[in-house]
Design a protein around this ligand. Structure first.
Ligand code: FES
Length: 118
């Protein structure tokens, strides 16, 4: 793991509000795919389907700000499409650079609806 060489702030990070938001139907996000969810206030999260397990993280790479929803899923990690930094989908931990962790959000499925707790 390398030391951090950049730290771009995420102006689209949702504020924690301890509430569930509906993002899509389960069938709308096929296995192996990620998608950007834009919230009412312009904030963004990235959601992923890893073989039927769903994850939600910030949609923002702290290196240079690329949307992580566009990254490649590698097991339970996502690799940023721009320069390859990797993040745990389970925890938001940055696996490439110390101190560049991002937020991970709880995902709940209810009646076929994917909900994210922000
Ligand atoms: S923007 Fe450089 S690794 Fe993500």
């Amino acid at each position: 793991m390398k030391s951090r060489d950049a730290d771009t702030p995420n102006s689209k990070r949702p504020k924690r509000q301890n509430r569930l938001i509906s993002v899509c139907r389960v069938e709308d996000l096929p296995p192996g795919r990620g998608a950007t969810v834009e919230l009412a206030g312009g904030e963004e999260i990235a959601i992923f389907n890893v073989n039927g397990e769903f994850f939600a993280i910030e949609n923002f790479c702290p290196h240079r700000g690329a949307p992580l929803a566009d990254g490649d899923i590698c097991g339970h990690e996502v690799e940023c499409s721009r320069h390859g930094w990797r993040f745990s989908l389970r925890t938001g931990a940055c696996l490439s650079h110390t101190g560049s962790n991002i937020e991970a959000y709880e995902v709940i499925i209810k009646d076929g609806e994917l909900k994210v707790k922000i």
